[in-house]
Design a binder for this molecule. Structure first.
Ligand SMILES: [Zn+2]
Ligand SMILES: [Zn+2]
Length: 135
């Protein structure tokens, strides 16, 4: 017998091939049925929409996905685009390129701000917003 922590309630239980305890297995099955039913009618539903429609915690939905029981195709679902270059992405707000770029810019901006404070030079630093508006 091997004990594990239930992925749902955190209690120790006798592991029998499921990641949750007996009590939670019932809830899991129930939740899964709800999600499955909703997904069969709305194949493009994203996690948040699913959660709202079925009342199932997004944490649970995401666990189903991690466990490979549920496949939600982000390309068909809520389309996400990089907020900077517009490239389609799977999660987050920026594609990895832009995320890196932004991190660099933030670092640079921090340096620049520090310098600015020293020499009191104005009008050289553009905020992201003003940059976006000029495009
Ligand atoms: Zn449990
Ligand atoms: Zn991008």
């Amino acid at each position: 017998m091997s004990l594990r922590n239930c992925k749902r309630c955190g209690k120790l239980f006798d592991f029998q091939g499921h990641s949750v305890c007996q009590t939670c297995l019932v809830k899991d099955t129930d939740d899964f049925a709800k999600i499955w039913e909703y997904l069969s009618q709305n194949p493009s539903a994203a996690v948040l929409e699913l959660s709202r429609a079925t009342g199932v915690d997004p944490v649970v939905i995401n666990r189903f996905r991690r466990e490979g029981r549920l496949v939600i195709d982000p390309k068909k679902g809520e389309k996400l685009f990089c907020a900077s270059c517009g490239k389609q992405i799977n999660e987050g707000r920026f594609c990895s390129d832009c995320a890196n770029q932004l991190r660099m810019e933030m670092l640079a901006a921090n340096n620049e701000l520090a310098m600015q404070a020293e020499v009191k030079m104005k009008g050289k630093v553009h905020t992201m917003d003003s940059l976006k508006k000029r495009r």
